[in-house]
Design a protein around this ligand. Structure first.
Ligand code: SF4
Ligand code: SF4
Length: 105
């Protein structure tokens, strides 16, 4: 049976936190067919899909990504192919959501 994820981070529903890798398709070459990031990540965030007969990497399960983890960026051989949002900005979002939850909104 399908069950909604109840994952939270710092008391905030995980799916409200915009933290996950972003792929620059101008740079990612799928590691020639064996995506290192997908192989490396233990949280099943990435998937390879076929689009117009061409394989491409997608962030299929963004909210599986561990908040503030950037580990896959370090295994990616192409600088800038994977990037992450600003930690400062995402921290602000989390703090705002925590405040709203605290106030019972
Ligand atoms: S490791 Fe980098 S280049 Fe390789 S598939 Fe992932 S994003 Fe693309
Ligand atoms: S940042 Fe960490 S958890 Fe998120 S996709 Fe990369 S390796 Fe997986």
């Amino acid at each position: 049976m399908f069950e909604m994820s109840k994952a939270t981070y710092a008391g905030v529903p995980r799916d409200k936190i915009p933290w996950y890798p972003l792929i620059d398709y101008g740079k990612c070459d799928l590691c020639g067919g064996n995506p290192k990031c997908k192989e490396f990540c233990l949280h099943n965030v990435f998937e390879v899909v076929e689009e117009n007969g061409k394989k491409k990497l997608v962030v299929e399960r963004p909210f599986n990504c561990v908040v503030f983890c950037t580990a896959c960026e370090k295994v990616c051989p192409i600088p800038g192919a994977l990037t992450f949002p600003s930690k400062t900005e995402v921290s602000k979002v989390i703090n705002k959501l925590r405040e709203e939850i605290r106030k019972g909104r």
